[in-house]
Design a protein around this ligand. Structure first.
Ligand SMILES: C[S@@+](CC[C@H](N)C(=O)[O-])C[C@H]1O[C@@H](n2cnc3c(N)ncnc32)[C@H](O)[C@@H]1O
Length: 232
């Protein structure tokens, strides 16, 4: 039986196909633009970092290189186990099963929160934001990384896959809560068309994935994101 903490947002891409999601993570942002932007906004050397919705822990080693301590929180027990296996040689990293709405962490215990394509998608994530208010220390910062559906090839695909998505409502949501928008253009770069095809098929319905593959040549996809962030 798969053990998933209550309150988890269904994430079929990584829940059903963690190996393909690994290919996707490797293809994301080979230029390191996200890491550079986060580092510029709030460096994490010596800090306690929370990677919230850490999945299989792909980003944990990057934070562990400079942070004093890194905690990954993930509601899907099998993914949390994979994250633990990934960081077994990194003594400053721990992984806990849990959700954004009920963080298994004490008050004022975290300096930097990183939530990448996880739970914080705009309206509806208020319980998680309340938990962040509880666990983030003064001087800390929260980073939420999500798609910018208003531009780029991927943004266009995203809106075709989810026509009801309202980017203006999402922007209003974050702005009203004191979050700033750091827009960023990144790239997906794959090693083969087969890898691009596999990733499109975990992100979109099969027919739409086939259409995008027919429309788009090559191994690269331009991809706009927003870093919604707030200093505490
Ligand atoms: C698309 S995956 C991204 C995983 C990881 N952040 C990465 O970039 O590799 C979304 C993750 O959010 C997790 N998730 C879903 N609901 C959550 C919640 N309520 N609190 C925290 N994480 C959640 C899922 O289990 C999944 O691992």
């Amino acid at each position: 039986m798969v053990d998933i903490a209550p309150g988890a947002v269904p994430s079929p891409n990584i829940w059903n196909s963690p190996q393909v999601y690994e290919i996707e993570n490797r293809a994301v942002d080979p230029d390191g633009a996200i890491e550079a932007a986060l580092r510029r906004l709030r460096p994490w050397a010596g800090a306690t970092v929370l990677d919230l919705g850490c999945g299989t822990g792909f980003h944990l080693p990057m934070f562990a290189r400079e942070a004093a301590r890194v905690v990954g929180v993930e509601p899907h027990a099998r993914l949390a186990a994979a994250a633990r296996a990934r960081v077994r040689d990194l003594p400053n990293v721990t992984v806990r099963v849990g959700t954004a709405q009920a963080l298994p962490l004490p008050d004022a215990s975290v300096d930097v929160v990183h939530a990448r394509w996880a739970y914080f998608f705009g309206p509806g994530c208020e319980p998680g934001l309340a938990e962040l208010d509880r666990v983030v220390r003064r001087g800390g910062a929260v980073f939420v990384i999500d798609n910018d559906a208003t531009r780029s090839t991927f943004g266009g695909w995203f809106r075709r896959g989810l026509p009801s998505y309202d980017p203006a409502a999402v922007e209003r949501f974050w702005t009203r809560r004191g979050y700033q928008r750091e827009p960023l253009m990144i790239r997906w770069v794959f090693g083969s068309r087969a890898d691009l095809a596999a990733v499109l098929k975990i992100e979109f319905p099969a027919a739409l994935a086939e259409t995008f593959l027919r429309e788009h040549d090559g191994l690269e996809v331009d991809y706009a994101i927003n870093i919604w962030w707030r200093a505490r």
